[in-house]
Design a protein around this ligand. Structure first.
Ligand code: ADP
Ligand code: ADP
Length: 228
């Protein structure tokens, strides 16, 4: 599903963000990516959907050789990846339904398919009764659910999330995690960067620790601590 071979990323200012990452994530896995601030977690995630270009190495995502893609092929890659951010990134002037349907319009899905699929996915995230609300009328947790619906609507093979619970209170964070677990049970691969120690320690999933741009630990049913 996702493979990295000796991946290096140097930013133009000379910062070595990633230094020789080798990783394999199989279809259906649920993986936490943890590590100190500035360790390279966001960079690791951004390389997967080609928000950033790698400096050296190879990345494969769902059969795509990410670095080799031409500009015009990037939308094909991103169709296979749903991305979720800490700050939701909803379109403020569109309501819940429109924020989600927009993601299908972009890939030119047929109108009939959109009409059927959007309520389905809003039902899955528990927001069917808020379809007409604007983002600023929703709580943080609800806004994140909209973002998750938008990420899911085109049935991506993988969901990647960068600190999705970073702006949410503990109880809401748990609700969001339960939703991610439900999505993972349905077969979607999930890769999530997080600082939420309690969640990582409780969920007992695979944990990849990144420190100074390197993988320092990779454990199945692991915990958060990276002080080793
Ligand atoms: P994390 O997500 O673990 O906090 P990042 O991947 O955001 O780490 O950052 C890794 C390192 O790369 C940090 O030193 C950060 O300052 C640097 N960095 C991140 N993005 C950029 C950028 N666009 N330009 C220059 N340096 C960057
Ligand atoms: P996070 O900690 O959530 O990964 P950051 O606050 O590190 O996010 O980064 C926010 C944005 O600023 C990102 O788009 C990142 O690429 C960019 N960025 C981070 N560090 C630097 C840096 N040293 N120079 C330039 N851009 C940076």
């Amino acid at each position: 599903m996702i493979e990295m071979f000796n991946v290096w990323k140097t930013y133009p200012n000379g910062v070595y963000a990633l230094r020789g990452i080798n990783i394999k994530i199989d279809k259906g896995e649920f993986v936490y990516v943890v590590g100190p601030s500035g360790a390279g977690k966001s960079t690791f995630i951004k390389l997967m959907y080609r928000e950033e270009r790698l400096t050296k190495g190879k990345i494969f995502v769902n059969g795509f050789n990410v670095e080799r893609l031409k500009e015009r092929q990037i939308p094909q890659l991103r169709r296979n990846i749903g991305v979720i951010f800490q700050d939701y990134r909803l379109l403020p002037n569109l309501n819940v339904y429109e924020n989600v349907s927009f993601a299908m319009e972009v890939i030119e899905a047929p109108k009939k398919t959109i009409k059927k699929r959007v309520p389905e996915v809003l039902e899955l995230v528990g927001l069917k009764d808020k379809m007409a609300a604007l983002p600023n009328q929703l709580s943080g947790g609800e806004q994140q659910r909209v973002a998750i619906a938008r990420a899911l609507v085109n049935n991506p093979a993988v969901i990647i999330a960068d600190e999705p619970t970073g702006n949410l209170d503990p109880e809401t964070s748990w609700e969001i995690m339960e939703l991610f677990e439900k999505i993972n049970f349905r077969g979607t691969t999930i890769v999530m960067a997080t600082h939420n120690k309690e969640i990582v320690d409780t969920m007992k999933k695979r944990v990849i620790v990144i420190k100074d741009g390197k993988v320092t630990r990779d454990e199945y049913r692991g915990g958060y601590s990276y002080e080793d």
